[in-house]
Design a protein around this ligand. Structure first.
Ligand code: SAM
Ligand code: DTB
Ligand code: SF4
Length: 336
């Protein structure tokens, strides 16, 4: 199937395969392909753009946990819900840098620092900028996720050496209002544009398994793929269960094949983006993860915890990648 033959007009670059004019019917048609055809299409595109035997390893640290004023219905860190997470202050500079150093030793190539803020205060941003510069000096790629940014804040982070800004759309525009009321989808799109304008690379994706329909998952991919530039990183999170948050009432974990199909559609619609199999790997079998890598996922978070929830143990990941012959910075020999 040649999804490019029908698009000789603007937005269609036949040499790179990068398009920003995906229609819902195209996304639905891809998603509904016989599994073998969908996987073949995704693998073909994946191999054209990436080493199919390489997976990026990112490490995550919550540098400021809990007490967040936003009401994201899936999140353990929102102050609106009674969860087991205790609020902390912004971590000390040296402990963040030491954690980053250990993450590098353990096989991380990117270090992502997350703060439970609606947006950073300028005073806090000064401290984060110093941390970013020090982490960058360790030879790690740097990523931060700090909530909404003003244009000058994005510029300062870039100057400090930040490579990526993570800010997720989380779900489809249609389902969004059922999950978050304190921040609009347009607020998120504005922050993404500010990060991009400041020269930051963008990491943007969302969550599945919150009770959304397949059409919402495809709606989220359409939103991402039709942004003015594709995010360089697209994290696909499977909701990691958290007690005490409203998403418990609606949560519905997708059937594994449905998730593999979604990853394949993301790969086809955003051929050059690194697709991260993000939260929720703790629920996945090795076989399911292997299918996700075949479908085009080429990044994972390593480490036993994400921000407040669990991730597969590092030795399980190292063994899985070894069994699949996948190269990464994470090797069994650097297991401390
Ligand atoms: N506070 C910042 C913000 O939301 O902009 C940054 C940190 S926030 C935890 C980053 C992203 O993690 C969220 O946008 C959401 O997509 C994802 N996330 C949060 N809790 C999750 C959970 N329980 N399961 C899966 N993904 C989750
Ligand atoms: C993203 O899309 N997933 C990461 C990162 N960006 C910041 C966060 C996952 C958090 C999972 C829930 C937790 O551990 O609290
Ligand atoms: Fe706050 Fe981010 Fe959690 Fe939303 S996802 S409640 S903004 S920490």
């Amino acid at each position: 199937m040649d999804m490019f033959a029908r698009h000789p007009a603007a937005g269609d670059d036949r040499t790179t395969g990068i398009r920003h004019d995906w229609s819902r019917s195209e996304a639905e048609r891809l998603y509904a392909l016989p599994f073998a055809d969908l996987m073949f299409e995704a693998q073909t595109i994946h191999r054209r753009n990436f080493d199919p035997n390489h997976v990026e390893t990112a490490s995550l640290l919550s540098i400021k946990t809990g007490g967040c004023p936003e009401d994201c219905g899936y999140c353990s860190q929102s102050a609106h819900y009674d969860t087991d997470v205790k609020a902390t202050r912004l971590m000390e500079h040296d402990s963040v840098v030491e954690t980053a150093r250990r993450a590098k030793e353990a096989g991380a190539s990117r270090f992502c620092m997350a703060a439970a803020w609606r947006n950073p205060k300028d005073r806090d941003l000064d401290r984060v900028c110093n941390i970013v510069s020090a982490v960058k000096e360790l030879g790690l790629e740097t990523c931060a996720t700090l909530g909404m940014l003003k244009p000058e804040q994005a510029a300062r982070l870039r100057q400090a050496g930040l490579d990526f800004y993570n800010h997720n759309v989380d779900t489809s525009p249609e389902f969004y209002g059922q999950i978050i009321t304190t921040r609009t989808m347009q607020d998120r799109i504005d922050t993404l544009a500010r990060a991009r304008d400041a020269g930051l690379k963008v990491c943007c994706g969302g969550i599945v398994g919150m009770g959304e329909q397949v059409e919402d998952r495809l709606g989220m991919l359409l939103l991402l793929a039709n942004l003015p530039s594709h995010p360089e990183s697209v994290p696909i999170n499977l909701w990691n269960e958290v007690k005490g948050v409203p998403v418990n009432e609606t949560a519905d974990r997708p059937d594994p094949i449905a998730l593999v199909r979604l990853i394949a559609v993301a790969r086809i619609m955003m051929p050059r983006s690194v697709v991260r199999l993000s939260a929720g790997r703790q629920y996945m079998t090795d076989e399911m993860q292997a299918l996700c890598f075949l479908a085009g996922a080429n990044s994972i978070f390593i480490g036993d915890v994400l921000l407040t929830t669990r991730n597969p143990q590092r030795n399980r990941d190292a063994e899985l990648l070894d069994r699949l012959g996948i190269k990464s910075a994470l090797r069994t020999e650097n297991l401390a």
